[in-house]
Write a protein that binds this ligand. Structure first.
Ligand SMILES: Cc1cc2nc3c(=O)[nH]c(=O)nc-3n(C[C@H](O)[C@H](O)[C@H](O)COP(=O)(O)O)c2cc1C
Length: 186
């Protein structure tokens, strides 16, 4: 079973996270294809049995390439287990606003896509924020939120999530290999 890992990234953090997820799944024995969804339509996932898809979060939304791909192949994706991830700045803001920012991101980003595809799992990872990524208004808002610029990735969180996805995929593969085993989303 080949598992596509599709992602959209503007400044590279989501690319790195997607590559890390892909490597983790490969190390766990899965066959993986990693695709940048902003590079153009990678085609239908119909022939795949499962999918991992994610995006950088900009202005509380996924980047257009990732969102478009999920919406376009919603029917195909609804027939297989899908794991979603977002890369935002959830660890960057100061303590007080962090939990609220994470909840808000979960609510805004995922609920909208959940109308289209119901993921088996969803996770928001922290990426990287630098002043030159933001316009003057963005920098003002970021400062007002008590944000801290810099590198906020936590690979242990990415690896733990990847491990849980790998286990679910292995269980699914086991079920499919066993007599009477079949498809389904679990
Ligand atoms: C224009 C812009 C808007 C952003 N808006 C959000 C946001 O609404 N929520 C959030 O959590 N992070 C936001 N971020 C932070 C990015 O998601 C974060 O920097 C992430 O690591 C970007 O991933 P990338 O390097 O793959 O593009 C924004 C970044 C930029 C440049």
């Amino acid at each position: 079973m080949i598992v596509p890992v599709g992602y959209a990234s503007a400044h590279g953090s989501t690319h790195e996270v997607a590559e890390r997820i892909a490597s983790g799944l490969e190390e766990a024995g899965h066959r993986v294809e990693c695709h940048h969804l902003e590079d153009g339509d990678i085609g239908s996932p119909a022939s795949r049995d499962a999918c991992v898809v994610g995006s950088a979060v900009h202005n509380r939304d996924w980047l257009p390439g990732a969102r478009r791909w999920v919406e376009r192949y919603a029917t195909e994706l609804s027939r297989m287990p899908v794991w979603m991830f977002g890369v935002g700045m959830s660890r960057a803001p100061g303590h007080r606003v962090r939990a609220r920012a994470e909840q808000e991101q979960e609510r805004r980003v995922v609920e909208a896509l959940r109308e289209v595809v119901r993921p088996v799992g969803h996770k928001v990872f922290s990426g990287e924020v630098h002043p030159d990524h933001l316009n003057p208004m963005g920098r003002t808002l970021f400062r007002a939120m008590g944000g801290r610029y810099g590198y906020h990735r936590d690979w242990s969180v990415v690896d733990a999530w990847t491990g849980s996805v790998a286990e679910r995929l292995a269980a699914r593969r086991g079920r499919r290999a066993s007599p009477g085993g079949g498809g389904g989303r679990g």
